[in-house]
Ligand binder design. Structure first.
Ligand code: AMP
Ligand code: GLY
Length: 425
């Protein structure tokens, strides 16, 4: 089977690495890919949001199956357009992708289906938002409705700051995405990312992982796409997994089906583990990055054996996903200055030496080859240093040893406290 993978980050490198081990794939193509992905797939320089380019590629290469990594092509309706052309794909349609692309849709959906989440109100003008803020107590959680690359959430400790933030939203800080604002109840607890695969009617669980969203140690600094992940997370017990499948995931899949937008793809639940049990913070409709890298290293089942039956509407045909016992950690190395201004094109060495170390596998995120074939940075998040170990501590030690002893990149940084929740308990 000829398979096209869309995307070019660390998540897609991990997916390409895993898919390249499948006997079900005769040819793996990735658009646009990166320097690491090109070791496992033919890469084609078409951007993930270039829908016309992707459709042309699917036709000219006679692709049988498309796997979509990032959310933007899903929001643009790539899967709908592939279906119209008779091409099978793994990922939700534009309407089903609303679970990620519209926070207001998801909050209202959760109310209709009694899915545990933070209480909320939706506002489309400043005055009514301001009245709400004055009537209620901080902290306030303010969210732009649409996609804002993880930056559309502001948590404030005062009414004054909340009003300021709402004003910025309506003044166009996030463009259209900020013209509808949601104000939510603040939830306390540890966050977990949980993943399930849905075929439109039912879902099977994958596993949970913990991400680290802030740029610097001790969860300080600006929010990022994610600076590291690990699994298993002690806070996410087997009991929590069962609760989340019964109270959150399956009601969502059933609700989407009954409302006429069956969800096929990865349902990524961002959860808060509150004292009253797991509650949904938000949905994403794709694998998480940096979580996916950890999941792919822990998964022992052939990924295609899961994704293909799900895409065809019968995930019960898939084997129950099996997992290696080892813990896995992923430490993200980012360009100095990320998530604000940073340089591209800086030289990176030592990846092979790192890969030779016990349990270590480096996935590439923003990398490319320069004219001389040397590896250079090409984005904000640049490398994902993953390591397995019999304990989380061993995995963490191996990842940092690879960073300190093997990888030679003067222009990058990483957090030094990835997996701290697991190491404290
Ligand atoms: P989101 O984009 O909705 O995942 O929000 C980004 C981050 O804001 C989350 O990862 C949480 O750390 C935080 N957050 C969002 N909603 C809430 C909430 N209701 N209570 C507490 N923290 C929240
Ligand atoms: N790691 C969070 C995300 O992929 O959105």
């Amino acid at each position: 089977m000829k398979v096209l993978l869309i995307g070019g980050g660390g998540r897609e490198h991990a997916l390409a690495w895993k898919l390249s081990q499948s006997d079900m794939i005769s040819e793996l193509v990735c658009a646009p890919g990166n320097a690491g992905i090109s070791e496992h797939a033919a890469t084609v320089d078409i951007a993930a949001d270039d829908i016309v380019g992707i459709l042309g590629l699917v036709q000219s290469m006679e692709i049988d199956f498309v796997i979509v990594g990032p959310e933007v092509p899903l929001e643009l309706g790539l899967v709908d357009l592939l279906y119209e052309r008779g091409v099978n794909a793994f990922g939700p349609t534009k309407m089903a992708a609303q679970l990620e692309t519209s926070k207001a849709f998801t909050k209202e959906f959760c109310s209709r289906h009694k899915i545990p989440t933070a209480g909320y109100e939706v506002f489309t003008d400043f005055d009514s938002a301001s009245t709400y803020i004055h009537k209620n107590k901080p902290p306030f959680v303010l969210k732009a409705d649409g996609l804002a690359a993880g930056k559309g959430v502001v948590i404030t400790q005062s009414k004054f700051d909340a009003e300021d933030a709402v004003k910025e939203f309506f003044d166009g800080k996030f463009g259209e995405a900020g013209q509808t604002v949601i104000i939510e109840e603040f939830m306390e607890g540890q966050e977990v990312s949980f993943f399930a695969i849905s075929d439109g009617r039912t879902a099977i669980p994958l596993i949970g992982a913990q991400d680290h969203k802030r740029a610097y140690d001790n969860d300080e600094g600006p929010n990022t796409g994610g600076m590291g992940a690990y699994s298993p997370a002690p806070v996410f017990t087997d009991k929590a997994l069962t609760t989340v499948m019964d109270k959150i995931i399956q009601p969502t899949v059933t609700g989407m089906h009954n409302e006429g937008h069956p969800f096929i793809g990865v349902l990524f639940a961002g959860l808060m583990m509150t004292k009253k049990g797991p509650k949904l913070i938000e949905y994403n409709v794709r694998f998480g990055d940096p979580e996916c890298q950890v999941l792919m290293r822990r998964l022992s089942t052939d990924l295609m054996e899961i994704l293909l039956p799900a895409s065809l509407g019968d995930v019960t045909e898939a084997p129950m996903p099996a997992w290696f016992d080892d813990a896995v950690v992923n430490v993200v190395m980012a360009a100095n200055g990320y998530p604000e201004k940073y340089k591209k094109g800086t030289s990176i060495k030592g990846i092979e030496a790192a890969d030779d170390m016990d349990g270590v596998k480096v996935f590439h995120a923003g990398t490319k080859r320069n004219a001389k074939g040397g590896l250079v940075s090409n984005g904000g998040r640049v490398l994902n240093v993953t390591a397995s170990g019999s304990t989380v501590q061993e995995a963490v030690d191996r990842a940092y040893a690879a960073i300190d002893e093997a990888i030679d990149w003067n222009d990058g940084f990483c957090r030094r406290d990835i997996a701290h929740h697991a190491l404290k308990s």
